[in-house]
Design a protein around this ligand. Sequence first.
Ligand code: CA
Length: 224
Amino acid sequence: MRILIVEDDAALANGLRRILESEGYAVDVMPKGEQAVAAAQREHVDLMIVDVGLPGMDGFEVVRRLRAAGQALPVLVLTARDALDDRVHGLDLGADDYMPKPFALPELAARVRALIRRSGAQTGPRIVHGPLVVDTVARRAFLHGEPLLLAAREWAVLEVLLARVEKIVSKDAIIQAVANWGEELSPNAIEVYVSRLRAKLEPAGVRIRTVRGFGYMLEDYKAA
Ligand code: CA
């Protein structure tokens, strides 16, 4: 799941990025509305967080242009506190939710989960794969009923593989899903995440097969 944050306040943007990355999302930050509108047309974005106050094109105009271009992705607008007109205006333009500043980061993360759930961007809230159960909304995984701790990147790789069980997923497709734009993530890095995932999953019989020179495949689970 890719989230694009459009916010010129670097400290706030980084705080948002950190909490969302810790939940396993691939996060990009852009300080300008023009950039964000262009990026959403060029790349797949699952959700956008847009501050109203931006240099140049403001957040309202970003939402207006996205909707005018037929982009249906969920958009959460960050507004100034008590600016009721801003909230109404943002929702009128097609934003899905708003968050008045200042806000607590965990609350924002909860809103993001709710928006993603409502958007139906995920196949279902719970994925069961043999002894592995993944709650995609709460972003928690369990193996044989025990909490399974996954680093954010491991989580992202697992999510891609789980969406395509018994289908070969190319390393490029995994990089796409996991990397942030402008970040060089090598196929070797993907190998590292996959091998960490394997170390956690294979003792339980959940297997990730290497398809040499191409990518990986999460095998159908067969009880031993
Ligand atoms: Ca701002």
